[in-house]
Design a protein around this ligand. Structure first.
Ligand code: ATP
Ligand code: MG
Length: 353
């Protein structure tokens, strides 16, 4: 087990095109850190730099207290699990699990012991004689995990390991990986572009965009206190609503309606300012005294129902209890929970309130 530290990492593959821009983080021993961001933002590149499969243009990587910039990947004591499990098709599960250890010339009896232990943890003991093609997607992913476990690494790196699985299996494997972390207590860095995975799995999450860290924090912090409009829009499903408007007399004035914000103590500071107003779908409530908007579509999800409402220039999505959403007409009256709103500066897109 070990802590992991990245200091001022820059990476460009092509001159003048920065892929990772001054990335620094200290990951505690035993922490589960999730790196989340849209496709192409540099997540895999960062993992590959940690693993030593890619060299940083500048910056330092430490595993524990050891500077590993010049240490070969196989000597970094790191295990990486990829999206495509890359199992050896001609080998059975036992041999797939044992392969890395055999290469390292580990003693035969110890190999058997470690493979059996990993198989037990992952509940694949009955599958050891099967070939990968005789396994389901979830079972294959377990074998891929098992291959890392047998190595007993200091750090696990996961690069979107669940994205090939169907929705149900993803949820199941998500829990399995969390359980694994709880049991092994090894430092884990987990990359995903799925914000639900990030929220549910991480002790801390890092939101990355265009190679630049946007925010680092616990899932709850990032969800409730997004630092800018990108983070606010990226974290949370369905996504936060954004409405452009002006602050006039402590009101948000936009095309379709005005909202009284006078109960927000700092609203006066922004008088006259053009802002982007953000509100999450669950913070919009049905209220007969609220303002009225046309209802375009209703999507019942079981316990909750999504209401697609039509503002003049903006669509608005509300999430309400299904029991409250019966007998709605063509127009619905809604109220925003103004304590839960975010305001962003129109130009910098940074959060101002
Ligand atoms: N070997 C390479 N040569 C040149 N450019 C590269 C190379 N590898 C990655 N890139 C570029 O670096 C950027 C970051 O790529 P990276 O694979 O790290 O993104 P990602 O966040 O993992 O995306 P995804 O979610 O799609 O996997 C992309 O613009 C990509 O095109
Ligand atoms: Mg990637």
């Amino acid at each position: 087990m070990a802590s992991l530290k990245l200091e001022n990492i820059y990476k460009s593959f092509v001159k003048d095109q920065i892929v990772i821009d001054n990335f620094s983080i200290a990951i505690k021993d035993g922490e589960f850190l999730v790196l989340v961001g849209p496709s192409g933002c540099g997540k895999s590149t960062l993992l590959r730099i940690i693993a030593g499969l890619e060299e940083a243009t500048s910056g330092d990587v430490f595993i524990g207290d050891r500077l590993v910039n010049n240490i070969h990947p196989k000597d970094r004591d790191i295990a990486m699990v990829f999206q495509n499990y890359a199992l050896y098709p001609h080998m059975n599960v036992f041999d797939n699990l044992a392969f890395g250890l055999k290469l390292r010339k580990v003693d035969k009896s110890e190999i058997t012991e470690r493979v059996e232990e990993a198989a037990k943890i992952l509940e694949i003991e009955d599958l050891l004689a099967r070939k990968p093609k005789e396994l389901s997607g979830g079972q294959r992913q377990r074998v891929a995990l098992g291959r890392s476990i047998v190595r007993d690494p200091k750090v696990f790196l996961f690069d979107e390991p669940l994205s090939n699985l169907d929705a149900k299996l993803r949820v199941q494997m998500r829990t399995e990986i969390k359980k694994l972390h709880k049991r092994l207590k090894t430092t884990m860095v987990y990359v995903t572009h799925d914000q639900v995975e990030a929220m549910t799995m991480g002790d801390r999450i890092i939101v990355l965009k265009d190679g630049i860290v946007q925010q680092v924090g616990s899932p709850v912090e990032v969800y409730h206190n997004p630092i800018n409009m990108f983070v606010a829009g990226f974290i949370g499903a369905p996504a936060m609503n954004f409405i452009t408007g002006d602050i006039k007399n402590a009101q948000l004035v936009c095309d379709s309606f005005s909202i009284d914000l006078s109960e927000l103590s700092e609203i006066n500071k922004h008088e006259g300012q053009k802002v982007i107003f953000g509100i999450r779908p669950e913070d919009i409530h049905l209220d007969t005294n609220g303002f009225s908007l046309p209802l375009l579509v209703m999507e019942p999800l079981g316990n909750e129902t999504l209401l697609h409402l039509e503002g003049k220039h903006t669509a608005i999505l509300a999430k309400v209890r299904s029991t409250d959403a019966t007998e709605l007409g063509d127009n619905v009256n809604i109220r925003f929970d103004t304590k839960q709103i975010c305001l962003f500066d129109c130009k910098s897109l940074k959060r101002i309130l």
